[in-house]
Every structure is written in C-alpha cells, then in structure tokens.
Design a protein around this ligand. Structure first.
Ligand SMILES: [Zn+2]
Length: 73
C-alpha cells in the first residue's frame, strides 16, 4: 500500500511504502508529512494538478508555522 508524503519545506511529493521515517531527497528535510492522497489519485494527476495540490497544501499548513518561520528568519 503506497502512501503519498509531502515535504513541508520544499513541496516535494514522494510515494512511500511501509516506512516510518520519510526524508526528503530534494532538500534534506527529515520530516515529511503524510497527505490525504491515495496512490490511485496521485498516479492519475497531471504535473499541473500535483503542483496545484502542493500549493494549496502548503498554503493551508503554513498558517500553523508562519510565526515560527518569521522568528527563524
Ligand atoms: Zn524537501
């Protein structure tokens, strides 16, 4: 059963099978987050649809981290 993870740092999507710790190979972030996409849906999406999904995911999830991000900067 494949699951789709997203990197909150760079928006990279990754399919993962039975792994607990999922790291991003693009930016090196070690904590990717599980999306609600299933593999069938993901596989049927175009590049544009994936890009749109990532953008909306990051928009929704950025709210919780916006203050922290500003402090880190
Ligand atoms: Zn990343």
């Amino acid at each position: 059963m494949l699951k789709i993870y997203i990197c909150p740092e760079c928006g990279w999507l990754r399919t993962v099978s039975r792994r607990k710790d999922v790291e991003c190979h693009r930016c090196g972030n070690t904590v990717m987050e599980l999306t609600k996409l299933d593999y069938e849906t993901y596989a049927g999406m175009s590049e544009q649809e994936r890009t749109d999904y990532v953008q909306s995911w990051r928009y929704i999830h950025a709210k919780n981290h916006s203050q922290k991000s500003k402090m880190d900067d």
